[in-house]
Design a protein around this ligand. Structure first.
Ligand code: FES
Ligand code: FES
Length: 165
């Protein structure tokens, strides 16, 4: 059975032919579009390594069927830097050592961008920990991750205030 699905991935419309309706969004991104920044950790919705943003919301792409998101806007780690400049969340992760091996980092960053975009980050470390609790880090870089999300939240809020003024 041949099925096609059309997604806008990092601003580019892509139509992909699938020979199996059970292909996950994660496998489509990694194996069909070669966007391997999105990681496959557990492949069962427990680690957050595969987090991407679909239509503005964070999801675990390993649990999402690609066909069920036909027509969606997908943002992956490859699409967050703009014009050669890292995203403020990426910069904050570097500044605060929010990583060690880096395997969980793309998912952490996408989750942080989603959390801040949802207006849920706030200035409270406990709230950030709770909001990021679906993203596991086997290296235990949590302290730096929380600091990074708090700083990125401040940077993005200040940039928004400037835009409004
Ligand atoms: S790979 Fe998707 S949650 Fe672990
Ligand atoms: S930095 Fe190694 S798993 Fe998080």
């Amino acid at each position: 059975m041949d099925i096609s699905t059309t997604l806008t991935v990092n601003g580019v419309a892509r139509t992909i032919e699938l020979d199996d309706p059970r292909v996950t969004l994660l496998d489509l991104l990694r194996e069909r579009l070669h966007l391997t920044g999105t990681k496959k950790g557990c492949d069962r919705g427990q680690c957050g390594a595969c987090t991407v943003i679909v239509d503005g919301r964070r999801i675990n792409s390993c649990l999402a069927l690609a066909v069920s998101h036909d027509g969606a806007e997908v943002r992956t780690i490859e699409g967050v830097a703009e014009r050669g400049r890292l995203h403020p969340v990426q910069e904050a992760f570097i500044a605060h050592d929010g990583l060690q091996c880096g395997f969980c980092t793309p998912g952490q960053i996408m989750s942080a961008i989603g959390l801040i975009g949802e207006g849920q980050a706030g200035a409270d470390p406990e709230r950030v920990r709770e909001g990021m609790s679906g993203n596991l880090c086997r290296c235990g870089a949590y302290a730096g991750i929380v600091e990074a999300v708090l700083e990125a939240q401040r940077t993005l809020a200040a940039a928004n205030r400037k835009e409004v003024a």
